[in-house]
Design a protein around this ligand. Sequence first.
Ligand code: PMP
Ligand code: GLU
Length: 400
Amino acid sequence: MSFEIPVSKIVQGLEPSATLAMSAKAKEIKSNGKTVYDLSVGEPDFITPQHICAAGVEAMKAGFTKYTIASGIPELKKAIAEKYKSDYNLEYNTNQIVVSNGAKHSIHNIFFTTINPNDEVIIPAPYWVSYAELVKLSGGIPVIIPTEESNNFKMTPEQLEKNITPKTKMLLLCSPSNPTGVMYNRNELEAIAEIVIKKNLFVLADEIYDKLVYGNNKFVSFPTLHDKLQERTIIVNGVSKTYAMTGWRIGWTFSPVNIAKKMGELQSQETSNPSSISQYAALAALTGQQNCVTEMLTAFTERRNYVAKRINEIEGLSCPEMNGAFYAFFNIKKHLGKKIGGVLIDNSEKFCLELLTQKQVATVMGSSFGCEGYVRASFAASLDVLKTAYDRIADFIEGK
Ligand code: PMP
Ligand code: GLU
């Protein structure tokens, strides 16, 4: 080859999404005819509820198959605003809402719109795989704050305060958390909010798991904690997790008007509108019956309880109580340094790759979430799949 198109410096340094990479590996093995017990990617195994699919079909038949306003159709923005008003008593106008191609796209829009080169964004670890990479793509510097399992992977107010520098602009909060499933309670959030206000930061509050909360845990939307927070918070949410709509690609933000305006303009140049059909389906999701959400939550609760029990029964594994989302983040440190199936397991990546190769169970290594010595296993899978997967994890660890 005499010529090679050079790859830009910014993309050269980009890490691919580990969750999607593991999921692709699992799919590849499946396509070769092997069964895989796939706990890698975080997506509901349920199909999208029928009334939502029907709204998508209706939209196509009615000719809603054209460009829409780049930042989303007014009816959907209105429904999004009404949902947060009725759920959390937060008031937003439709000009504060931007609908995007999934919550991941919303997060990208936020960083691109608010971060200047070398601005620091505080991200507590373990963190979801895309945050740090998207901050870097925007020219910002992710400042990772490691948390402890003994503190349920929660960042303390002292840790936050200690890591704030004159360059700190934003704090990223994901509660309930992907990957740990842990949720900050009201008091903990209040302590964080106080520092945010005192130090003049703004917050990206990723609330995508707000409806997937278990037992007596109560979800608290960040801006509800103080009347000075709405002006300094950008909320991310979407239909992917709550309504089993990952493939439809609809997410959104609530932000101050000037930020929403710029994000809409950015989107008008980058992607134009998210799929018109998906927007009508999302409208049906938000305005239609919500029993589907309750039914899925009941199933997730049963799975969460089952998985917690299985993990605690397996020699040397532990994980914090899962308050929300659909992930278990378990500690494998007692098994590192061992040989399993003749292979030295010296880190979480090796653990996950060998677990996949030897037992066909797909998980994601903690190192991708900025936390070595742990493994993330989604429990958005049927109880049958979970049962076999955990039998196999136990066998793997016992070297059977
Ligand atoms: N935030 C978190 C915490 C997530 O787990 C996900 C899952 N993909 C997203 C955002 C992005 O969601 P979406 O599929 O809507 O892009
Ligand atoms: N959020 C999901 C996960 O963490 C989906 C995959 C992704 O977007 O990274 O597995």
